[in-house]
Write a protein that binds this ligand. Structure first.
Ligand code: 9MR
Length: 361
């Protein structure tokens, strides 16, 4: 154990949370870095203590993406993912598998980028990809992100290599092909900004309605929820969750993080950058985490709660620092500080899960 009630400058949080995941009847997850990646859990006892104590589900931050599992046409590499699965199993955690299909330039294997073939050949190649991976992990993972980020900001399908080759058909074929192998796991469509961008949400809604009309086997929607302190509003978030709930689909908050700075805000653009996590900011963040989780509890009925996952353990490990803030300054988007001490934000999640009032005290 890491002495949760000592040390940190954000101590104004009140009582420490003893076991976050015990407060929920659904998975409470975290994404992890592995092996040689920065901030990996391997050989990091303090990080492992936080993981083991507070979370019931794990997602690989990277190592179950396409290029890792399927680096060449006839080459699959499951070594790291199997070890990750063993860590989850040994510690009584379930695994959410991320992700079978994603357009991201870093993650599409080179052989796919160069693949020559007509639409039928592309769909067959992707079927082999999906079904080989699903066969390996079937019965061992609780859920899958089957397709990730196929919709554009501002609406419409993303003009990815998959879309260029197959139209939108690759999306539903991936669900059909995954379900043919893994009969039990929950199958999610996962995306960002669907909680905020109404045009993007509308394309998602149309896609879900098409899936329903054609009996495409989808279990739920993963709302990544890379959100901000001031955006979007809780009512906007709830309305987005309701689109899935109204269609009897599960809602999973799949990649939650809430940085202190919002680089899109007017204040930030005017140079008002928060360079320190003051106690007041840490408590405001606690309130925001609580309100988001409360919106989830209030909007999503128990049987449709797929879980709440945060995207990383400790603040300095967050993708946001390099990718969004371009390493210009630090930020503190997660539930643990750099020493794996719990922040007020963790208490905010706990309060939201337990139906307590969301306060900044
Ligand atoms: O956190 C991940 C980061 O380490 C990777 O460099 C990046 C590119 O593969 O992906 C990050 O995770 C993303 C996730 O897979 C999908 N949704 C957005 C996440 C943050 O970019």
């Amino acid at each position: 154990m890491t002495g949760f009630d000592s040390g940190s400058s954000e101590k104004a949080s009140g009582t420490a949370v003893s076991r976050l995941s015990r407060l929920a009847k659904f998975p409470v997850g975290v994404s992890l870095s592995y092996g040689n990646e920065a901030f990996s859990y391997n050989n990091n006892p303090a990080q492992q203590a936080a993981i083991k104590t507070h979370f019931s589900q794990l997602t690989a931050g990277n190592i179950m993406k396409m290029s890792y599992l399927h680096p060449a046409r006839d080459t699959y590499n499951f070594t790291q993912a199997d070890d990750f699965l063993k860590f989850a199993k040994d510690n009584g955690k379930t695994l959410h598998a991320h992700t079978l299909i994603w357009h991201s330039d870093y993650q599409v294997p080179a052989f796919m980028k160069n693949y020559q073939g007509d639409k039928a050949a592309w769909l067959a190649m992707l079927k082999t990809h999906v079904q080989t991976i699903a066969t390996h992990f079937s019965g061992k993972v609780a859920s899958w992100d089957v397709v990730n980020e196929a919709i554009n900001d501002g609406g419409g399908y993303r003009n990815s290599i998959f879309y260029q080759k197959t139209g939108a058909d690759y999306i539903e074929q991936a669900f059909i092909n995954a379900r043919a192998i893994d009969k039990k796991a929950d199958l999610y469509y996962n995306d960002y900004n669907i909680e905020a961008d109404t045009a993007k949400l509308q394309t998602l809604t149309n896609m879900l309605d098409g899936f329903k009309a054609r009996s495409v086997p989808i279990s739920g929607v993963g709302f990544q929820m890379h959100i901000f302190m001031d955006y979007p509003s809780v009512s906007t978030i709830s309305a987005a969750f309701k689109r899935a709930v109204d269609r009897n689909l599960k809602v999973k908050i799949s990649e939650l993080d809430i940085p202190i700075n919002n680089p899109f805000s007017a204040q930030y653009k005017a140079g008002d950058i928060k360079r320190e996590l003051t106690p007041a900011l840490a408590l405001a963040q606690k309130k925001r985490y609580c309100e988001v989780v409360k919106a989830y509890m209030d909007t999503v009925p128990a049987k449709l709660r797929g879980g709440v996952t945060v995207w990383g353990v400790s603040d300095p490990s967050s993708w946001l620092i390099a990718d969004l803030f371009k390493n210009a300054h630090a930020d503190w988007p997660l539930l643990f500080d750099g020493g794996y001490q719990q922040k007020p934000a963790l208490r905010g999640v706990a309060d939201g899960l337990s139906g307590k009032a969301c306060t900044n005290t």
